[in-house]
Design a protein around this ligand. Structure first.
Ligand code: 5GP
Ligand code: ZN
Length: 138
């Protein structure tokens, strides 16, 4: 399935050129045009899914297996010191392209990638209440 006017459908299927570092029948892995750090890449499934909520289970599991393989290859090639996987869903979470993708971000000592958050505070009681809310929705 492809979606009209989806830029990542077009890139994943080769209609728009990209710096591709891996391709198979179901995925293309490309370098990000606005990298957080050298070698920042995106795993794109060739089928269109808006986001994680929408993602097929089989594609979901194969995405993580591919991420593991790419992390090894990219770490050897780029000699990075660490690695982040980032995956945004919804505008509030920073998603800007609404075709599921997983960011592969090599990290280097002293790099300027800014992926952190300020830790909040939560009591054990609050955490227990939230855990119950989530479990009730299963
Ligand atoms: P999101 O914010 O949706 O998680 O990530 C979208 C990512 O796609 C951004 O990091 C952005 O730099 C990248 N991006 C957007 N358009 C293009 C494009 O046309 N080509 C490539 N290679 N990356 C893109
Ligand atoms: Zn798409």
């Amino acid at each position: 399935m492809r979606k009209e006017d989806c830029i990542f459908c077009k890139i994943a299927n080769g209609e728009i050129p990209s710096a591709t570092i891996y391709e198979d029948g179901d995925f293309r892995v490309i370098l990000d045009l606005g990298p957080a750090a050298k070698g920042h890449a995106l795993i794109l499934p060739k089928h269109h899914f808006d986001n994680l909520y929408d993602l097929d289970d089989e594609v979901a599991s194969r995405t993580l297996v591919l991420a593991k393989k790419m992390a090894g290859t990219m770490t050897r090639a780029l000699k990075c010191d660490g690695f982040n996987l980032v995956q945004n869903n919804g505008t509030v979470a920073g998603q800007t392209v609404f075709h599921f993708h997983l960011h592969l971000i090599p990290r280097y000592e002293g790099d300027k990638a800014n992926l952190g958050w300020t830790p909040g505070k939560a009591s054990p009681e609050e955490l227990a209440k939230i855990a119950e809310e989530i479990k009730r929705a299963e």
